[in-house]
Design a protein around this ligand. Structure first.
Ligand code: NAD
Length: 469
């Protein structure tokens, strides 16, 4: 078991060095993030390359056993990890937040340890035999965002290691300590050099994406950065998995029960205070249910406490950074100026130490308003009224992104028929954003490509290899 102080001491830069990380709830200094440079990155990739040769000779069973041990190590240090995550990222300990995220890290490791990926016999007859296997890609470069920094890192690390790759990971410059701490705990059990975490700025990420000795990139972040990465990776023809931005639509059908779905809608939109890739970011409600759904959502929203993450009563936290706060505040102010109705929230306190933006519900807003059409990535949900099912399906599909979506209604057949017509990697019914390590997850259109999780996720960090005789 590692304590909070022990964890921080093990990862942070010496006094007077590194970059200070600020708690977005209080403005207090959390710790000093080391800033690794290009030479450090080159050395890490060389180590990863060297180590990978031996790592690839271990069996699936041996690697799975190590992933299970890594999950044990996380569980043993869970509270220290959750506290650091809460202080640095801002999310509360309680609710579907920091403890939940650390728990998910252990769960994803165990799930990846348990998957079976057997060679596939494609032909076995008088003409001969052909077998398809999945072999390691080599060195995986991973780059992550700041919203779920530990969990998304594990989504990249667990399948990569399971398939016999080594990993060099560059966390977001907003949440490096959380990921360095996760790496330190995992490295209590992993062989040296198999997983290396290097904190630094965007240029370090750019160097990783262009590095001639990295074979595969796993990237989670914004669409704009995903595009830059694709360009940068072209020269070395790297394999890519890109999990990018979204603007998920949720459609409430006329037969939905507003009271029954209100809490699911709320958490679909406001999990992690809205800073979630596959959160419900624009809600379409049929006119026959509009007022009831709005009322039920206001009721849930006003019951959910927001505040400093280390206080146990809170289930919503601040925005992680000033830039994100300004984006959310700007979109809501524009909506207000355009005549939309603010049902709750919309008025952040002036002169507060943290980046708290109150839970905000915005009604009577046009579908083409920026709060609907752009990814707000924060606690402000636009609720758009619709009358015609064909029209709302068209609205839902009109954007360039397609990560998730959801349909809410009592008649499952009808909900499934609507779900089938939505352009998104995942469409949930009567829930939103519920990810499962066994179920492949990924976006369509500008939300990226490639799949994570499940057997498909393992295949995405491996090379298909056919042997025929
Ligand atoms: P971002 O794209 O700004 O940064 C992500 C990472 O990329 C950071 O580590 C950053 O340092 C690095 N980076 C920046 N420029 C780079 C470059 N040129 N080359 C290489 N690396 C570079 O994203 P963010 O603001 O941290 O995250 C929020 C976005 O991520 C949202 O759009 C959200 O929807 C998306 N996201 C998607 C998923 C998903 O699974 N699809 C999950 C979480 C977040």
């Amino acid at each position: 078991m590692t304590t909070y102080a022990g964890l921080l001491a093990a990862i942070q830069a010496p006094e007077g060095q590194g970059v200070e990380m600020i708690d977005p709830a209080t403005g207090a200094v959390v710790g000093r993030a080391p800033q690794f440079g290009e030479a450090d990155l080159d050395a890490a990739v060389a180590t990863a390359r060297y180590t990978q040769r031996e790592w690839a000779t271990t069996t699936h069973a041996e690697r799975s056993a190590l992933l299970d041990e890594a999950a044990d190590a996380i569980e043993a240090s869970a509270e220290a990890l959750a506290e650091l995550l809460s202080r640095e990222q801002g999310k509360p300990l309680n609710g579907p937040n920091a403890r939940f995220e650390v728990g998910a890290c252990a769960a994803w490791l165990r799930a990846n340890a348990a998957f079976e990926i057997a060679p596939q016999v494609l032909v076995d007859d008088e003409s001969g035999k052909a077998v398809l296997e999945y072999v390691p890609v080599g060195v995986v470069g991973a780059i992550g965002p700041w919203n779920w920094p530990m969990m998304i890192s594990i989504w990249q690390i667990a399948p990569s290691l399971r398939m016999g790759n080594t990993v060099v990971l560059k966390p977001s410059e907003y949440t490096p300590l959380s990921v360095l701490a996760l790496g330190a705990v995992l490295n209590q059990v992993l062989p040296a050099g198999v997983l290396q975490v290097l904190s630094g700025g965007r240029e370090l990420g750019a160097r990783l994406t262009a590095h001639e000795d990295v074979d595969k990139l796993m990237f989670t972040g914004s669409t704009a950065t995903g595009q830059a990465i694709m360009r940068s990776a072209a020269d070395t023809l790297k394999r890519l998995t890109l999990e990018l931005g979204g603007n998920d639509a949720g459609i409430v059908l006329p037969d939905a029960d507003p009271e029954a779905i209100a809490e699911g809608l709320f958490w679909g939109a406001f999990i992690n205070t809205g800073q979630t890739c596959a959160a419900l970011k624009r809600l379409y409600v049929h006119e026959s249910q509009y007022d009831q759904v709005c009322e039920a959502l206001v009721d849930v929203a006003q019951r959910m406490p927001m505040g400093v993450g280390l206080d146990e009563e809170n289930v919503l936290g601040p925005l992680q950074n000033r830039q994100q706060f300004d984006i959310v505040a700007g979109l809501v102010e524009d909506a207000r100026a355009a005549g939309a109705r603010i049902l709750t929230g919309g008025d952040p306190e002036a002169d507060q130490p943290g980046y708290f933006y109150p839970t905000t519900l915005v009604a009577d807003i046009d579908n083409d308003h920026p709060l609907v059409a752009r990814e707000q990535f924060g606690p402000a949900l636009p609720i758009v009224k619709y009358t015609d099912l064909e029209q709302v399906i068209e609205w839902a599909n009109a954007l360039e992104v397609g990560l998730g979506s959801s349909v809410w209604g009592t008649d499952l057949e009808e909900a499934r028929a609507v779900a089938a017509r939505l352009e998104a990697g995942t469409t949930w019914i009567n829930k939103h954003g519920a990810v499962d390590p066994r179920v492949p997850f990924g976006g369509v259109k500008s939300s990226g490509y490639g799949l994570e999780f499940g057997i498909e996720g393992l295949k995405s960090v491996a090379l298909p290899k056919v042997t025929s005789w």
